[in-house]
Design a protein around this ligand. Structure first.
Ligand SMILES: C[S@@+](CC[C@H](N)C(=O)[O-])C[C@H]1O[C@@H](n2cnc3c(N)ncnc32)[C@H](O)[C@@H]1O
Length: 259
């Protein structure tokens, strides 16, 4: 009698994968995050030896650095496009969805996507975001995930592969790789130049880092770059704005130094 045939059904992921990540298995084995959990439910990457968000208040940090740093929600208009380097737990996306009153688009680049159980564990620390977080996890794996008023497009793969061919241009960037010292691939000159190339006139960026090399690379990419007060114990963060179409720079986004 012939041996019984075992058929394993593998559901193809709907996320677009980078070159070399051809199927779900590659996706899982090449790209899974390596996590441990600190007190208060903060995920820490053991691959990069860095937490995903501030141990001293992740949501408050997101609001200070990425939302206020890009002068959001004041600039949101229907179709406004936010892009992000490093989706992680989706905390920045959820904080954006919480303040977005009009339909906006977000594209986020991520090489090591969490699974829904890991996302749920991270989201448990933010009960006020629970309905939006449930929406995000409910759509996980779909090409476009609706979270409140945000249409989220996840680009799964190494940013060096995924960002250059991207057709979009962002009105605002959340630059949120792990620290430049531990995750230099997310901040190198070529990636920062690509960020500049994929930014609309008067488009902005915000990031928690004030590392000189990152600020210089972003200035070389065309942004007027400024240092601003950082979150918590971080003395500085960085923001910047592209010139308008005439080449005039209206200055950096975000709260004025007096604010
Ligand atoms: C600080 S965490 C992002 C936190 C996230 N924005 C949040 O709201 O939770 C940095 C993220 O960058 C991702 N990452 C690191 N190197 C990458 C690379 N070369 N390409 C794409 N993503 C990368 C990590 O997997 C991680 O999810």
């Amino acid at each position: 009698m012939p041996a019984p045939m075992i058929v394993t059904l593998v559901k193809a992921p709907a996320f677009p994968l980078a070159a070399g990540m051809s199927g779900l298995d590659d996706h899982i084995h090449a790209g899974q995050p390596q996590l441990e959990w600190r007190e208060g439910g903060v995920p820490v990457s053991t691959r990069f030896d860095d937490p995903y968000f501030s141990l001293a208040g992740g949501l408050a940090e997101t609001r200070h650095v990425f939302l206020a740093g890009n002068d959001l929600p004041a600039r949101l208009r229907p179709g406004f496009h936010i892009a992000e380097l490093g989706f992680g737990t989706g905390l920045n996306c959820l904080a954006l969805a919480q303040i977005a009153q009009v339909p906006v688009v977000m594209t986020s680049f991520e090489a090591f996507p969490m699974d829904t159980a890991q996302l749920a564990q991270a989201h448990a620390a933010f009960p006020e975001l629970a309905p939006l977080a449930a929406q995000l996890r409910g759509g996980w794996g779909q090409p476009v995930i609706r979270v409140g008023q945000v249409d989220l497009h996840l680009r799964i793969g190494d940013v060096a592969d995924m960002l250059p061919p991207w057709q979009g241009r962002a009105d605002a960037w959340f630059l949120d790789g792990f620290s430049p010292a531990k995750n230099p691939q997310m901040w190198d000159d070529a990636i920062m130049a690509q960020v500049g190339r994929h930014t609309a006139p008067r488009g902005t960026f915000a990031t928690y880092t004030a590392a000189g090399a990152v600020r210089r690379a972003l200035a070389d990419a065309g942004f007027a770059v400024e240092r601003q007060p950082g979150f918590g114990r971080k003395r500085h963060m960085s923001v910047g704005r592209m010139p308008d179409q005439s080449g005039t720079s209206p200055g950096a986004p975000g709260p004025s130094p007096a604010a």
